[in-house]
Design a protein around this ligand. Structure first.
Ligand code: IPM
Ligand code: MN
Length: 349
């Protein structure tokens, strides 16, 4: 019996999670597994009415679950930063979800904004470090609000943190068993402390994986290759900040935020799966948002539980429905409503 914690969150989060849960129910019947869900109201509304983001006891409670299914966090009436650090980053950090796994996979040529790129050209995974770097929140103001003010924001990289991430990247590349190539994406030419450490650890760990080809690309060049030669990539490993940036570009070349999903992984603990697009306030409550990203996140969640067949079937259903039914992956342009897309998925399954 799987215990799934559901955090629908803000904006369009609840609408896409509702469709994901429909698909989960259909998959459980077909593939004969049992689960229970419990919904948590963390997010903007709760913060506005109680002043609370997440408390220690909430984290302790979440540790009892097999996985977490998250919609979106972000509310137009809450000052930027409060919910991001108080809920989303708090979850990632306190549950030690040190990997952010973001597949970039083009399901159908018609959704790709790049000329002449086909599904076989865009199929890679970004392994983003998810617990350190610039996201650590280290830094200070000096002489704040004076003309001599200095703002310092530190990228914090521990040997242990970098190594566990890199090891995960090698293991993942091996298990994925495609091109068997791991590319380190960094900035060794300028950020000579952080990326020196990353490069040294990468080269060291690589010796234990003679079956995996390694490569290096600077982050700026990486964005160029995403557009020009995405077929070069298999698995990319990078730090928290660069991973954040390049995966938005990755989402666009795979068809947009309507389809992009990710997993915040603690290989030894509780992992959390989410569409990466955010709360999309302007579409809230309109039943027009694309639920496929949330459904792709569900497919990743099922895989993490060990339900490989159900996971693959959900992904196949997404591919079929997207290709045969949807006019576009963008909100309001699909030719179907949010709930109709969920129904199509269930029927296909
Ligand atoms: C993401 C988001 C978050 C991040 C924000 C909302 C804190 O952009 O999941 O990529 O920066 O990690
Ligand atoms: Mn982001």
């Amino acid at each position: 019996m799987y215990k799934i914690a559901v955090i629908p969150g803000d904006g369009t989060g609840p609408e896409v999670i509702r469709e994901g849960l429909k698909v989960l129910e259909a998959a459980s019947k077909k593939y004969k597994f049992q689960y229970e869900t419990k919904s948590f109201d963390f997010g903007g509304e709760r913060y506005l009415s109680t002043g609370k983001t997440l408390e220690d006891k909430d984290i302790e409670e979440l540790k009892k679950y097999s996985a977490i299914y998250l919609g979106a966090i972000g509310h137009p009436q809450v000052k930027p930063g409060i919910l991001e650090t108080g809920v989303l980053l708090r979850l990632r950090f306190s549950l030690d979800q040190y990997i952010n796994l973001r597949p970039v996979k083009l399901y159908n040529e018609k959704f790709c904004p790049l000329k002449d790129k086909k599904p076989e050209d865009i199929d890679f995974v970004v392994v983003r470090e998810n617990s350190e770097g610039l996201y650590k929140g280290m830094g200070e103001f000096r002489d704040k609000a004076t003309k001599d003010e200095v703002a310092i924001q530190v990228s914090y990289n521990t040997r242990k943190g970098v190594e566990r991430c890199i090891r995960y990247g090698f293991e993942y590349t091996r298990k994925r068993n495609k091109k068997k190539k791991l590319t380190l994406c960094g900035k060794t030419n300028v950020l000579t402390y952080a990326w020196d450490l990353w490069e040294r650890v990468f080269n060291e760990v690589a010796k234990e994986y003679p079956d995996i080809a390694t490569d290096y690309a600077h982050v700026d060049a990486t964005t160029m290759w995403f557009v020009k030669n995405p077929e070069w990539f298999d698995v990319i490993i990078t730090d928290n900040m660069f991973g954040d940036i390049i995966t938005d570009l990755g989402a666009m070349i795979q068809g947009g935020m309507g389809i992009a999903a990710g997993g915040n992984i603690n290989p030894q603990g509780v992992s959390m799966f989410e569409p990466i697009g955010g709360s999309a306030p302007k579409y809230t409550g309109k039943n027009v948002i694309n639920p496929l990203a949330a459904i792709c996140a569900l497919s990743m969640l099922l895989e993490s539980l060990g339900e490989a067949r159900a996971s693959a079937a959900v992904e196949d259903a997404v591919i079929e429905v997207a290709a045969k039914k949807l006019k576009s992956l963008a909100a309001g342009k699909m030719g179907y409503s949010t709930s109709e897309v969920g129904d199509l998925l269930v029927r296909y399954l």
